[in-house]
Design a protein around this ligand. Structure first.
Ligand SMILES: N[C@H](CCC[C@H](N)C(=O)O)C(=O)O
Length: 268
């Protein structure tokens, strides 16, 4: 296998391996199983580069498409931290004009990003606030709010983030509600329009941050607070802080840092 280029980046310590593959000639011919195996090898934190997921950078219809994979090789519709890192890469490489809105295609449709110095804002689109469900870890069970951000989330408000335990396994959830699995956020209040969370991510396990999860947590908190569009919350995650804004026209904006930390080649 010839060497191919990669970069490493993160957003609030949700970290990713980026694979430039503009014409699909490097990874595009792999079967789904071969690509999943390559993703697992790249994300392995001992034998590989290490990451919560892979962002494949693909040219599509004259624009850019983010092909996101979780570290277990599974495909997801969207990645809020990842798309900011993706946009940072495009700007750093001079592939887009960072002074203008940046459209990026995803499996959840077209998203638009704007760069303001160290911070990047992703327009995550309209949240879908759905019904109540339940999630459980050994020794604890909670009612949770089902929120869809293009990918599925269950948001549980807990007394202490420690109540979620070690999160070594996926929290129990209703397979009928989440036939494709679910990202589970455990949220505590920190003050007015200020929450903190831990997350067990579908396909990656506990991560230091989850962008779509922070959006789901904010929307669930706003609804619980009797708020809605026209509000903004600070969301603290183990890897840093994100700002989530629910606009008057019912769109969610996710703002946070995004950095590229390394580049190289690999034959993994
Ligand atoms: N694990 C998620 C995708 C990555 C989400 C997270 N890394 C983010 O920043 O949104 C899923 O399977 O839906």
């Amino acid at each position: 296998m010839p060497d191919y280029p990669f970069l490493k980046g993160h957003g609030t310590e949700n970290d990713f391996v980026l694979l430039p593959d503009h014409d699909g000639s490097v990874h595009g011919d792999l079967s789904p199983d071969e690509m999943a195996q390559r993703v697992r090898a790249l994300c392995d934190r001992r034998a590989g580069i290490g990451g919560d997921g892979v962002l494949r950078v693909v040219r599509e219809d004259g624009g850019w498409f983010m092909d996101y994979r979780n570290s277990d090789g599974s495909v997801s519709e969207m990645c809020g931290n990842g798309i900011r890192v993706f946009a940072r890469h495009l700007v750093d490489e001079g592939l887009v004009d960072g002074s203008a809105p940046i459209p990026v295609g995803t499996r959840d449709g077209l998203k638009t990003l704007t760069v303001d110095g160290d911070l990047i804002t992703a327009d995550m689109g309209t949240p879908r606030v759905l019904g109540e469900t339940t999630v459980a870890v050994p020794g604890h069970a909670w009612v949770a709010r089902h929120v869809d951000m293009g990918n599925p989330h269950a948001v549980a408000f807990v007394d202490s983030l420690d109540d979620a335990g070690h999160l070594l396994d996926p929290p129990e959830h209703d397979p009928a509600t989440y036939p494709e699995g679910v990202n589970v956020e455990f949220v505590v209040r920190r003050g007015d329009r200020h929450v903190a969370m831990r997350v067990h991510e579908r396909g990656s396990g506990e991560t230091r941050s989850c962008g779509t999860g922070a959006c789901a947590a904010m929307v669930a908190a706003a609804v619980a607070d009797g708020l809605g569009p026209g509000s903004a919350y600070r969301v603290d995650v183990p890897g840093g802080t994100l700002t989530v804004t629910w606009t008057e026209d019912d769109r969610v904006l996710l703002t946070g840092p995004a950095v590229i930390v390394a580049r190289g080649t690999t034959s993994l």
